[in-house]
Design a protein around this ligand. Structure first.
Ligand SMILES: [Zn+2]
Length: 300
């Protein structure tokens, strides 16, 4: 995969629903799931699942947020001031613009020694140590460190390439397309809208360690009303989904919504299709992936 040089689009995210019915049914669910996962990022530190978490907090909210953390025996270490990246996904912390109220990039921790280690690893751009302090599986940390160095900060295609041994590639001659299956808890394609379980990019669509970490995270929801969101989250991550990237824009198509966001600036089109096992009742029907009745049709 060849990238365009010195080309990086600013963060952006557009979400388009295929029908009013799809929006009415799923928009609120996605918002609730996104909120639940944000809460789990912090609760997993309090539960001892991992040493630390990162959180970017608006300057005006930092006092309230720190007090809420203190109630569950967590502390907050402000590490640096960062700008606002608006809507969408950013692979770096934007600088603070003149006149802008800064956000604060913070480490949430139980043990100050761990926070110190993570802060230093961040300064040193040491992804391996950062991943360890954030509780990410070592296989995924090594994978991310390798692909990041080549500029693949949104490495969906690279996951698919590594996964080829485990799943049929489904590649048409002359086209960069991979058709695979995935475990819903090792599927990062909907993370742009907060639909994810892990807090990291998995090394494969079947990473067993990522699946185990996801199950541990979700166990924190089992004793609350949030447990009702788990089957909905699993269903969304089990939909057939297509990810395509070209010149810094990724387009993700599901049977109920499309999204468009910034990604890596490739010179050619690259497409990953996850076949999926779940179609919502509101799904659009069509002849091409992911709308056809039989997911196998995508290989014809
Ligand atoms: Zn892994």
């Amino acid at each position: 995969m060849e990238l365009m040089k010195k080309f990086d689009l600013p963060p952006s995210l557009d979400l388009n629903w295929i029908s009013q019915q799809a929006l009415d049914t799923w928009e609120g669910v996605i918002q609730d799931i996104s909120l639940m996962i944000q809460e789990l990022e912090i609760e997993s530190v309090a539960a001892g699942h991992r040493p630390c978490a990162w959180r970017t907090i608006g300057l005006k909210e930092i006092d309230d947020f720190s007090r809420r953390c203190a109630e569950i025996d967590l502390s907050v270490l402000p590490v640096k001031q960062v700008g606002d990246w608006g809507n969408g996904f950013s692979h770096f912390n934007p600088p603070v613009k003149e006149g802008e109220t800064p956000n604060i990039y913070c480490i949430i921790y139980r043990n100050i020694q761990d926070a110190r280690v993570l802060a230093k690893a961040h300064d040193d751009e040491d992804h391996i140590t950062q991943g360890k302090m954030l509780g990410f599986p070592d296989c995924c940390v090594k994978f991310f460190d390798r692909v990041w160095k080549d500029g693949y900060f949104d490495p969906v295609w690279q996951i698919a390439l590594d996964d080829e041994k485990k799943s049929p590639p489904g590649k048409l001659p002359g086209e960069s397309i991979r058709t695979l299956d995935a475990h819903p808890f090792s599927n990062p394609l909907l993370r742009y809208v907060g639909v994810r379980v892990g807090f990291h990019v998995p090394c494969s669509f079947h990473c067993q360690k990522s699946i185990a970490v996801a199950q541990q995270r979700l166990s924190l929801c089992l004793k609350s009303e949030r447990k009702d969101l788990i089957p909905l989250l699993t269903s969304l991550l089990s939909m057939p989904v297509e990810w395509n990237v070209y010149r810094g824009i990724a387009v993700v198509k599901t049977p109920v919504f499309y999204l468009r966001t910034n990604s890596i600036p490739t010179k050619e089109h690259y497409t990953v299709r996850l076949q999926g096992t779940f179609k919502p009742r509101e799904a659009a029907r069509g002849v091409c992936f992911p709308f056809q009745e039989n997911p196998d049709d995508s290989r014809k």
